[in-house]
Ligand binder design. Structure first.
Ligand SMILES: Cc1cc2nc3c(=O)[nH]c(=O)nc-3n(C[C@H](O)[C@H](O)[C@H](O)COP(=O)(O)O)c2cc1C
Length: 334
């Protein structure tokens, strides 16, 4: 079974690099515009972009979103990502750890704690793996193995439905999330994988006790398209399925739910990160922008992170936002 998972993961990494795997749906970022501050009274070199996340202070509100682990070349990828997260002091999420639940050989790539210097590290497990009698044990094992400070549970019903070998029995998912949130020694963060979490699902998750939602909206990597491309040519009719990141963030923040948000799905630069923070994200997450750099080297990932941090700092300067708290209330049109 784990050979199958490894093969699938390798295919995913390959296909995710194809431009066709990116949703063509407009992300609406361009409709959001900061009001420029022509008199910022700030020194660009002294702008503070730091933020607190899971009890740690990181250099800027950026999360390297879940991608990989458990297969041979993903080991290197995760080391590059972890070393870069440490060097730049940003948060890191691991890819699905399902493979380690079936075969211990995949464990090494998830033990990246030794490359970090206190940055938040988030383990990752799929919804289908937390349902049923072994669900709680599965989840806790992922946290223990990676020594993570948080646990992502990814909700990907569309991806599973489109996968010939997908897990499509989701009966019991709500109870499983509720039990996990109640028993987990670390915060449980719920994410989608690029088709978004809408207001109704967010309300339900809050009722189940969830305190963190990563909206992972539509507009960036499309898992419907990636699954389609594994077996067929052309575009999937589901490629743009879901709720876009901007709409998801707007509706959940407007509802004033007692939940912290991570903004992700289609963020591609520091300007979009700034807009995502202004829209209510505690952090912004990006996966695809780090894929090619992670396959290359630690230095390539560091370069990409520094580019994003510089862009964010410029937005802060030009909106007169000396720190992230000020950016959250910077004048803008949306
Ligand atoms: C190569 C690749 C592998 C991914 N693997 C996982 C995974 O194992 N678990 C998960 O929760 N999300 C996974 N994702 C989804 C991302 O975490 C993210 O939610 C999604 O790609 C949308 O962000 P983006 O538009 O910045 O890529 C993966 C994304 C990519 C690009």
């Amino acid at each position: 079974m784990s050979v199958k998972i490894a093969h699938r993961k390798a295919e995913h990494l390959e296909i995710a690099q194809d431009p066709l795997s990116q949703s063509s749906r407009s992300q609406l970022w361009e409709q959001l515009r900061f009001e420029p501050n022509a008199l910022p009274e700030l020194n660009l070199s002294q702008i503070d972009s730091s933020e607190r996340f899971l009890d740690r202070r990181i250099s800027c509100p950026l999360l390297i979103s879940s991608m990989s682990g458990g297969i041979e070349h993903a080991d290197k990828m995760n080391i590059h990502l972890a070393e870069a997260a440490a060097e730049t002091n940003v948060a890191l999420a691991l890819g699905s750890m399902r493979i380690t639940l079936e075969d211990q050989s995949g464990e090494a790539s998830f033990k990246v704690g030794r490359y970090l210097t206190g940055q938040p590290l988030i383990a990752n497990i799929g919804a289908a793996q937390i349902i049923g009698a072994r669900g709680l044990d599965n989840a806790l094992r992922c946290v223990e193995l990676s020594e993570a400070s948080g646990l992502f549970v990814h909700l990907n019903p569309l991806q599973e439905a489109l996968q010939p070998e997908g897990d499509t029995d989701w009966v019991g998912i709500s109870d499983a999330i509720e039990a996990l949130v109640a028993r987990s020694p670390v915060p449980v963060l719920i994410k989608e994988v690029g088709h978004g979490i809408g207001l109704s699902a967010a309300r339900r998750l809050v009722q189940l006790g969830v305190k963190w939602i990563d909206v992972a909206g539509c507009g960036g990597t499309s898992w419907a398209q990636i699954e389609h491309s594994r077996h067929a040519e052309g575009a999937s009719i589901f490629a743009d399925w879901g709720i876009d990141t901007v709409t998801s963030l707007k509706s959940i923040t407007a509802a004033n739910l007692p939940v912290s948000l991570i903004a992700s799905g289609g963020l591609r630069n520091g300007l979009e990160l700034a807009k995502a923070i202004r829209l209510g994200g505690v952090l912004g997450g990006m996966a695809q922008p780090f894929l090619a750099p992670a396959l290359e080297s630690t230095a390539a990932v560091v370069k990409k992170i520094n580019e994003i941090k510089d862009e964010l700092r410029i937005v802060q300067f030009c909106t007169g936002s000396g720190d992230i708290a000020s950016l959250r209330s910077a004048p803008w049109q949306c």
